[in-house]
Design a protein around this ligand. Sequence first.
Ligand SMILES: Cc1cc2nc3c(=O)[nH]c(=O)nc-3n(C[C@H](O)[C@H](O)[C@H](O)COP(=O)(O)OP(=O)(O)OC[C@H]3O[C@@H](n4cnc5c(N)ncnc54)[C@H](O)[C@@H]3O)c2cc1C
Length: 368
Amino acid sequence: MTETYDVIVIGAGIAGASLAAALAGTRKVILLEREERPGMHSTGRSAAMFHLTYGGPKVQPLSAAALRLFGTLDPAFWPTPVLSPRSMIMIAGQDGAKALADNMASSSGALEPLSVSEAQALFPLLRAEAVVATAIDTSGQDIDVDALHQGYLRQFAARGGTLVCRAEVQRVTRNGENWQVDCGAQTFEAPLLVNAAGAWGDALATLAGVPAIGLAPKLRTAALIDAPEGSTRWPMMIDSLETFYVKPDAGRFILSPADETDVAPHDAAADDYALAEGAERMSRFIDWEIRRKPSAWAGLRTFSPDRVPVIGHDPGCPGFFWLVGQGGFGVQSAPGAAALAAHLIDPEVHDLPPRIEPSTYTPARFRA
Ligand SMILES: Cc1cc2nc3c(=O)[nH]c(=O)nc-3n(C[C@H](O)[C@H](O)[C@H](O)COP(=O)(O)OP(=O)(O)OC[C@H]3O[C@@H](n4cnc5c(N)ncnc54)[C@H](O)[C@@H]3O)c2cc1C
């Protein structure tokens, strides 16, 4: 039997969940997820950081809108704070001094100068002799990603939305004005299909006969390692060449080699070699030994060809909407990206967030 909806959203990561929740206020929405529960891919594997300038000047308006929206989350669905302050110190050895200066220049004042001794007072394991310059961003935040994601799913359900897991979209065809979406035994129809399939965004478009964008999933590894007592509120530490970062996390450190390896979409597994290299680079700056085998994971950060998210109606395929290419900033920008997408879909209901220019994100920029 075929069920008919106003909107089918494919992919229940942070992108699909946040948009589905927004649309469900006025539309009949179904959210389809291939896995047994939402959040098993990139959304459940992030380092959970918010930095306003991360991703560059074209991503920043989405993150700025998100920051405002984080402050308006309804406590009925988000009963605990989603953001908590976490400063970030950027460090440079000889080879990274120019990159640090460039980062400061492009940070709109977010990165402020810090002396090496001040940095060491905040992060006592810093090897002062290895560092020539440091800067600090005190506006950074930790994101409770699970709380954010689950809040959107609760809000979606409360607004009458339908979530179906173990629903892998295998076939997408046209039935008059509607898209017909087959997930094995189940079939759904709607005039609007939202592609929020993350690393599988191009594969899904191809299934629907829509030209691909050229999305590039890139594997990133991270690991939880032991941390010294009392380090829970220390700042995160990143080197200016982005060859590793360390972030305190509930009594441990998250260490990432900041790897970015091109891969096909898949269920990513940690790259042990990259992790060993990252640990080596960390030890150049940070006086801390990894004694126990870390518990490591990896996820995919999926970029469009210009590394700016793709948000908008496909110019050649009516009823096909893109919400992909969120790279390494898809959690922090999600509320802003969802607000823009909701506006483009239902402009009478959802205002355009301030200072966002929709043409920056349109898929039309990739069509000749
Ligand atoms: C190690 C790491 C660290 C990161 N750190 C940060 C950070 O600090 N801050 C930040 O903001 N971002 C960070 N990111 C990036 C962030 O995690 C992503 O940008 C974001 O999660 C993307 O969300 P999504 O919903 O688009 O993708 P996903 O969470 O991958 O969701 C897409 C979903 O679509 C489903 N799907 C795909 N194809 C189909 C189909 N055919 N049928 C049904 N379902 C389908 C998948 O199963 C998946 O659940 C990090 C990422 C990684 C890997």
